[in-house]
Every structure is written in C-alpha cells, then in structure tokens.
Ligand binder design. Structure first.
Ligand code: F6P
Length: 320
C-alpha cells in the first residue's frame, strides 16, 4: 500500500482539522495508507510521523487551530535537514504529501520536490485569503464570522456612548478581511492597502452625517495599512468625537470552523488526494469562479494576489 502523509504548516486556520480528517478518510477509501506528520516541517525533519489511526481524526471536525500543530522551520532551508526529512518518509514508505497551509509552506515543499521528487498537493489555508490563483483559502469564513461577532459587540458600546470605534483586522498585506467585514457590518470607514483613501473626503462625508443625526462610527482598518492608531487620533481631532481603537488580533484566527470552512475543507481534501492519484506532482488546489481546480505551484508563487474587484467596487466608497 502506498503511503501518503498529511501535514499542516504555517499559521493555523480554522478548517485545517476538517481537511486533515477528510484527507485521511478519503485516502484510506482510495486504497492509500495515510500518515500524519506532527509539528509541520519541523516534525518532518525530526521524524514526528505516524500512521493515522481512526482515533487521531475522530472528534476533530469542530475544532479550531490544527491538532497536528504547526511550525515555521528555518532548518528546512538546509539541504541536509531536507535529506533527513526524506529519509524519514522513505523508511515509512511515504511517497505522496498533502500540505495544508500557505504559500511559504508550498514553496518549501516545492524545493523538497526538486530535491527528491516526492509529489505534493497543497491546500490553501490562511485567514488572510492572500494566496494567488484561488478565490478562497480555508479559515477565511470562520475569521470573518469571528470579526462579525466582535464588531456586533463593539457596536453596542459605540451606540450607547456615541463613540467612534476603529477596529483593526489581521490580513498581513491583504485587505480582504477588513473590506468584507466593513460591508457585512455596515461600517462607515474602511482602509485597506489595495485602495487609495482620502481622509479629507471621509471627514467631509462624516461631518455631514453627524450633522444629520449620526451618533456613532465604525471604522474597519486592515493591519497592512498601519493606520489604525493614526485614524483613531484623527477622528478625535477632526470629528471631535470620543474614539477608541480595538485591535482584534488572534481572536480572528481561532474558533470552531464554520459550515463553509468544513465543506470547503472536504472538497479541497478530496481534490488533493485525487490530484496525487492522477499523477500530479506539485499542484495547489484552488477554488475559482465557483469551481475547484489545480494550479501549478509556479503560477501561485510567481503571481501577485489581487483583491476581488467586485468587493472593491462595493466597498470603495468607504475609503473616501
Ligand atoms: O497569516 C496569518 C496571520 O494571522 C496574519 O494575518 C498576521 O499578520 C500574522 O499571521 C500574525 O502572525 P503571528 O501569529 O506569528 O503573530
């Protein structure tokens, strides 16, 4: 029986556990012998690998984070450590890999493929939704729902005190979380790195709204703009309002995966196992324009991610 190993790597994201479970169950159904690599690339080097048991993947569907744990390994950049990882896989008869993570992990596995020819399939998982080629990465829907819940709570204080709240979302250099959250929470301001903003115009618009009876403001700001503190001060001075900053931080990354993340995880996992059985070597599973597909790794790593134009159109008026 051919061995297939499943690992999670990079920042954790809700949906990783359902993807692990589905990859194990489906590869077994397809006649493969599933293994689990714990602690990401570090575990591959250190031989933290075992055959997947039913208990390993039972009761994990609803859990956030990754039960396999994750790591960012510097050692994997060195050939000797990659060779050690390869020897570990060889000993166990593993000749296929599924990596659930981000583009950094995909690049590492691509280097591993160049060195030793072990085929891999990548499943995109990051709350940032910033992997080129795919409209969706696991974890995004859960993160958006966590943000929605937080903004709903913050709004209670904003309305009770006639305050402005600036809420900073994660996303690294990508404004997706901030922009979709601004739309879904009816925010008055949204600043993201991908859209030019004009504070003068925002000021004029909001001063007119305040004169017209508006008494609180919600501003969603992507961490990639580095503008959250500045905007909070700016609102105090220019709109003469009591303003507070909430940095949501890691609450956005945790939590039980939503139905969407569980179903997407299932579909990505099936696609990944099928891709490897079809003889694909280094492909990333993607979801684009409503369809699942496979994209060559270089198409993913050599491209720049672009924020969805339809979402920009819907939300850009919040930037000026
Ligand atoms: O990539 C996911 C992410 O949560 C980003 O949104 C954020 O900038 C970063 O990771 C935080 O990294 P760490 O958990 O290492 O602080």
């Amino acid at each position: 029986m051919e061995g297939i190993a499943i690992m999670t790597s990079g920042g954790d994201a809700a949906g990783m556990n359902p993807a692990v479970k589905c990859a194990v169950d489906y590869s077994r159904k397809k006649g493969l012998k599933p293994f689990l690599i714990r602690n990401g690339l570090r575990g591959m080097i250190d031989g933290d690998i075992s055959e997947a048991t039913r208990e390993d993947v039972s009761g994990i569907m609803h859990r956030g984070g990754t039960v396999l744990r994750s790591s960012r390994s510097q050692r994997f950049f060195e050939y000797d450590y990659r060779k050690q990882a390869y020897d570990n896989l060889q000993k166990l008869g593993i000749n296929k890999l599924i990596v659930i993570g981000g583009d950094g992990s995909f690049n590492a596995l691509n280097q591993f493929y160049s060195d030793f020819g072990v085929p891999f399939a990548g499943i995109p998982a990051t709350i940032d939704n910033d992997i080129p080629g795919t409209d969706y990465c696991l974890g995004v829907d859960t993160a958006l729902n966590m943000i929605r819940q937080s903004v709903d709570s913050i709004r209670d204080t904003a309305t009770s005190f006639s305050r402005a709240f600036v809420i900073e979302t994660m996303g690294r250099h990508c404004g997706y979380l901030a922009m979709v959250s601004a739309l879904s929470s009816g925010a008055e301001i949204c600043l993201v790195p991908e859209v030019e903003y004009d504070l003068e115009k925002i000021g004029e618009r909001l001063r007119s709204d305040l004169n017209d009876g508006r008494d609180y403001i919600i501003a969603m700001v992507a961490e990639g703009t580095n503008m959250a503190e500045y905007l909070t001060r700016w609102i105090k001075i220019n709109l003469n309002m009591d303003a507070r900053l909430t940095v949501l931080g890691h609450v956005q990354r945790g939590g039980s995966p939503t139905v969407r993340d569980r179903i997407m995880a299932y579909k990505f996992a099936v696609e990944a196992v099928d891709a490897l059985l079809d003889g694909e070597t280094n492909k990333i599973m993607i979801f684009r324009d409503g369809d699942f597909g496979r994209l060559a790794i270089d198409k993913v790593t050599d491209s720049k991610v672009e924020l969805n134009q339809q979402i920009i159109k819907l939300a850009e008026h919040l930037s000026h």
